[in-house]
Design a protein around this ligand. Structure first.
Ligand SMILES: Nc1ncnc2c1ncn2[C@@H]1O[C@H](COP(=O)(O)OP(=O)(O)O)[C@@H](O)[C@H]1O
Ligand SMILES: [Mg+2]
Length: 300
């Protein structure tokens, strides 16, 4: 059965997208079958993995974008999957095993204009359609915006696990706290729509520290996060196995550049014109690989 994981924090800019794109790439490199959903209207992971030219075609009329399962409602999730999404500049597939369901800017309409059937909230429509293809994958990952509105609800409703990307600062801790509160409320609200086959509602399984600058001591923010996690665990508001992931991702310029290059950092050539400063990329690639391995292990 596929492990379904939402990456979410109520704080923006903490690295949800960079973590999910690079981890997804590492999981695919490990031979896992991975499907990534972009649930953020800003379309960052879609633009990253498709590059602007391919993504512009989808954004132009919304055809092939996630919102099309709701409006006009003719497409099904399975029709939207872009197989082995990552291509080099010549259109050659260079990362078999990583598939994407992209979004376009029209996803914003799901939050306001979309009416739908009140008896079938968007997350129910999505859950039924995902069920048709989920057995094709080992991992299904959801890149969420910093809220639990309708788009995120699709990911959160079907997920078995929630990971919380964080920076070592007070605002990430607030974002995490708010997330746990909103998650509890959403699970209550959606309880009557759950089917037995879906298993229990997803709880926070882990916090992942991202963008750690070398030489900066993060013991204090880490300790504060650990304390909050312990309180939530005692109150049974996060998973009993919830933890701060051992792996933390360092701050590295190549992560920012990877977006422009349209590649996960793992695929950026070490010796070409885009090569990072000696030593820097290797290390952050190593972090992502370690994180992917830790995620694989956490589910066993
Ligand atoms: N490990 C990292 N090192 C350097 N920059 C990073 C790292 N992770 C993320 N960033 C940068 O921080 C910004 C926010 O990251 P992003 O993944 O888009 O966050 P979110 O999805 O939470 O909004 C982006 O410009 C991204 O390139
Ligand atoms: Mg993002």
């Amino acid at each position: 059965m596929a492990r379904k994981i939402s990456f979410i924090n109520y704080k923006g800019g903490v690295g949800k997208t960079s973590l999910i794109v690079n981890t997804a790439a590492c999981l695919a490199k490990l031979g896992k079958r991975v499907l990534l959903f972009d649930f953020d209207t800003q379309s960052n992971s879609s633009i990253w993995l498709l590059r602007l030219e391919r993504w512009n075609k989808i954004n132009a009329n919304g055809e092939g974008a996630f919102f099309s399962i709701f409006e006009p409602g003719t497409a099904k999730v399975k029709d939207l999957v872009i197989k082995d999404v990552v291509e080099d500049k010549n259109g050659q597939k260079i990362l078999p095993g990583l598939d994407l369901v992209p979004t376009a800017f029209n996803l914003v309409d799901l939050e306001s204009e979309y009416q739908g059937d009140p008896k079938r909230p968007p997350y129910v429509v999505f859950q039924e359609q995902l069920a048709e293809i989920e057995n094709d994958y080992d991992f299904i990952l959801f890149d969420c915006p910093p809220n639990i509105l309708r788009a995120s609800q699709c990911g959160v409703f079907v997920s078995n696990e929630i990971y919380v990307p964080s920076n070592p600062d007070a605002l990430s801790l607030i974002g995490f706290t708010l997330l746990v509160e909103k998650l509890g409320k959403f699970h209550q609200l959606s309880a009557s729509f759950r089917k037995a086959s879906m298993g229990v509602p997803a709880q926070v399984q882990g916090v992942i520290f991202n963008s750690i600058k070398s030489g900066v001591d993060i013991e204090v923010p880490k300790m504060r996060m650990q304390l909050r996690l312990n309180q939530f665990r005692t109150a049974k508001r996060v998973a009993p196995t919830a933890k701060i992931f051992e792996t933390q991702i360092r701050d590295a310029m190549i992560v920012r550049r990877a977006v422009t290059l349209g590649l996960p950092v793992l695929l950026i050539s070490q010796d070409g014109p885009d090569a990072p400063a000696p030593g820097t990329a290797d290390n952050v690639v190593g972090d992502y690989r370690k994180l992917a391995t830790e995620i694989v292990r956490h589910g066993q």
